[in-house]
Write a protein that binds this ligand. Structure first.
Ligand code: SF4
Ligand code: SF4
Length: 332
């Protein structure tokens, strides 16, 4: 149970990860961080990584996963990340990959062996219909096989999709519509009951057509009270810019060095309002101070939250440490 604390403060961290980069070869329909090839090619540096890891450790968490974006798009950077994490005696649970970097067997074994030498023991290999819209499945199969040769454990996420994806031609990509044709019209709507999806980022757009939308007032009426989700530390992330992402609320940020202290309303007006008053508070603040007017219907309070924040960043030009990274809004 999350406590009923009144000040917004992250007091300890349980389990989380480091986002090395947001650029990605894919643009999956469920991506929480709106990753895609359109992002700047920026990768975490050693100094930021050390700052992030020290903060994570100081709040009681001694193991992390490494994800992106696609971490393998900067192999030298990934090697540095693995070496640095290990040198600070923090455990790496796994590194995530979408396998798009696979070219052929020998070079994949070489790449993975070089990471194994630095301490990588488990690779989370993404496999889903969303990934398969952008990444041919032969690459995924190739990385699985190369892991065997390089003595790296495979954490398939998720293996339940394997036979469904493997039933298509693995040399090319396949759209979700093809999956719907083959496995039934309700294929997309059944996915959230089979696969963990957080309804933020691009997932909001993808699933709005499945779950429907409602107007601004109804969205507010259905979501009274503060967003306690912001306190969730069960699967937290810190990114390459030194941001801590509260809850799984992508596009919101606490500067890493402020995690572990009570956030002030002065420094974090949007986050403290969301924490205390929820989406109703953010809506009222955005309307009275920045002239926000709803221009569409919303799948959920998080969809409305994103729309308001995007308006603040891109239309009003609000430059805030809380509404980060800016690329999330530019690419969203
Ligand atoms: S879900 Fe993963 S592979 Fe897909 S766009 Fe996001 S970061 Fe890239
Ligand atoms: S409404 Fe905003 S702050 Fe609240 S849970 Fe959703 S994304 Fe997070």
């Amino acid at each position: 149970m999350l406590g009923r604390q009144s000040a917004f403060e992250i007091k300890h961290l349980h389990s989380g990860g480091v986002i090395t980069n947001y650029y990605c070869t894919s643009a999956c329909g469920h991506c929480l961080y709106y990753c895609s090839p359109r992002w700047k090619k920026e990768y975490i540096d050693r100094e930021t990584l050390i700052e992030v890891l020290k903060k994570i450790e100081s709040l009681g968490c001694r193991s992390v996963h490494i994800g992106g974006g696609e971490p393998f798009l900067n192999l030298a950077g990934l090697k540095m990340v693995i070496e640095t994490v290990r040198s600070l005696r923090v455990n790496i649970e796994y590194v995530e990959t979408n396998s798009s970097w696979f070219k052929e067997r020998e070079s994949a074994i070489e790449t993975l062996s070089s990471l194994r030498e630095r301490g990588l023991s488990t690779l989370l290999i993404s496999m889903s219909p969303f990934h398969n819209e952008h990444i041919p499945f032969y690459k995924v199969k190739g990385v699985i096989e190369a892991c065997r040769e390089a003595n790296i454990s495979v954490f398939p996420w998720i293996s339940e999709f394997y036979p469904e994806i493997a039933a298509f031609d693995d040399r090319t990509t396949h759209t979700v519509s093809e999956y719907e044709e083959k496995y039934g019209d309700n294929y997309l709507s059944r996915i959230p009951s089979r696969y963990w999806i957080h309804f933020g980022g691009r997932a909001l757009k993808t699933f709005a057509r499945v779950y429907g939308t409602r107007n601004y007032q109804d969205t507010l009426s259905a979501n009274k009270g503060g967003c306690r989700e912001l306190l969730d530390v069960s699967h937290f992330h810190c990114d390459l810019y030194g941001n801590y992402i509260p809850g799984l609320c992508s596009g919101l940020a606490i500067r890493c060095d402020h995690v572990g202290t009570a956030l002030s309303q002065n420094d974090y007006p949007f986050l403290t309002t969301l924490f205390r008053e929820g989406i109703g508070g953010l809506g009222a603040l955005a309307a009275s101070k920045y002239g926000f007017e709803p221009s569409r219907e919303y799948m959920s309070k998080c969809d409305l939250c994103f729309d308001i924040r995007k308006y603040l960043v891109l239309q009003v030009g609000v430059s805030s440490r809380e509404l980060q990274p800016r690329g999330f809004y530019e690419n969203g």
